[in-house]
Write a protein that binds this ligand. Structure first.
Ligand code: SOE
Length: 385
């Protein structure tokens, strides 16, 4: 019988569901060296927690996260919480010797991220930061094509992460819209994903020039007991100030000479969760769109004259990363599969004692870029990393 690794998850809203699904599915579709067991789920509201745990087959529940991370039978702590809570939980879990699977963005600031990394290293635990989009077959394959020299020298990176869930001025002031609980708006939530992809596909960023803006300055207060899955009810008529930006734009230079741009917004009406990047190089170009996540658009200068043009690679064949674990070629996968891939790689990394990326060191670098963006927007000057 395969070894078991007991998982304790903290958080049971949108990411709690996405992670639970991944812990369940990974051993069914991947040949793993150990099987994750959905041991205990933790949250503050007992009734809804129990409902969640029952539905997703978590064996037990805990309402105190400190108890959960101290339990000797827990091997992995899954932090499916807002960023404001990552620091305390990650430090405590690492000190208890637990491996950590942490939702993004890593932390509220780079000081926290540095400490989280150090405590994990000191305690020799695996630390994974869940920037899941890297693990779509198309994005992983884009990286392979770049490594294989298909794109040549990269000149341009152009990325936009667009959503529209707060366009309505009556959308309540949830934790994501307050600096003390979120640190920043789409700069943190969305550009963290985009910067992770840029680091993965292009390389380290050298300088940042940014601007941020507020479209709606006040909103009705939120009833936080109802908040989750990107919605919440309002709490009466009282309003409060929105203290994070609504949209952020960054222009960057990379250490390897590529230049790039990032657009992150929650005000792109009609765009629900659209993440696109374009990469232009000396030999070819690549375009990805999360709304068509099984595809990559590829242009090659090597194609015959007269027959050149962007063509669609359908990243569902056995040669594409992760794809062979699912269905026969051409049978597409979705958002949730990227979480399953992360869990599968994480279990392998624990059992084989290998690195898993992105880790907290990568998370620290991402937070440093995001902070540089905020400083640049505030000062109106370019920031060198
Ligand atoms: C909200 O913007 C959000 O849930 C992000 O926090 C996630 O990371 C992204 O995958 C989907 O949108």
């Amino acid at each position: 019988m395969k070894k078991h690794l007991n998982v304790g998850i903290i958080g049971y809203k949108f990411m709690g569901r996405a992670h639970s699904n991944a812990w369940m599915k990974a051993p069914l579709f991947f040949d793993l060296p150990a099987v994750p067991v959905l041991k205990a789920a933790c949250g503050r509201q007992e009734e809804s927690l129990k409902e969640f745990a029952g539905k997703w087959n978590w064996e037990e529940t805990e309402t105190d996260w400190k108890k959960l991370v101290a339990r000797p039978d827990i091997n992995i702590v899954d932090i499916a919480l807002p960023q404001q809570l990552h620091y305390d939980v990650a430090i405590a879990a690492a000190k208890e010797g637990k491996h950590i699977f942490c939702e993004k963005p890593l932390s509220m600031n780079s000081k926290q991220a540095e400490e989280m990394l150090k405590v994990c290293e000191d305690n020799k635990v695996k630390h994974y930061l869940n920037h899941n989009y890297r693990r779509t077959p198309a994005v992983s394959y884009a990286r392979k094509m770049i490594d294989d020299g298909k794109i040549g020298r990269i000149f341009h990176w152009r990325c936009a992460y667009q959503q529209d869930w707060i366009v309505d001025p009556e959308f309540p002031l949830t934790w994501q819209l307050r600096k003390e609980t979120a640190q920043a708006g789409p700069q943190w939530d969305l550009n963290s994903h985009a910067v992770d992809l840029a680091h993965y596909l292009i390389g380290d960023i050298a300088t940042v020039s940014a601007l941020t803006t507020h479209f709606i300055k006040e909103r009705p207060l939120a009833d936080e007991t109802t908040s989750g899955n990107l919605s919440a009810s309002t709490k009466g008529d009282e309003k409060g100030e929105v203290t994070v930006e609504d949209a952020a734009l960054m222009m960057v230079t990379f250490k390897n000479g590529t230049i790039g741009s990032f657009e992150a917004t929650r005000f792109a009406t009609g765009r629900k969760n659209r993440l696109t990047f374009e990469i232009y190089g000396s030999k070819g170009s690549l375009v990805f769109d999360l709304e068509r996540m099984n595809e990559l658009q590829y242009f090659s200068n090597d194609d015959e004259a007269g027959q050149q043009g962007f063509r669609t690679i359908l990243a569902t064949e056995a040669v594409h990363p992760y794809a062979a674990n699912w269905w026969p070629a051409g049978h597409i996968i979705g958002y949730e599969h990227s979480f399953v891939h992360a869990v599968a790689d994480f279990i392998k990394a624990i059992e084989e004692d290998t690195a898993i990326k992105p880790d907290f060191a990568d998370g620290l670098k991402i937070i440093q870029v995001l902070e540089a963006g905020i400083v640049s927007a505030e000062t109106g000057s370019q920031v060198t990393l």
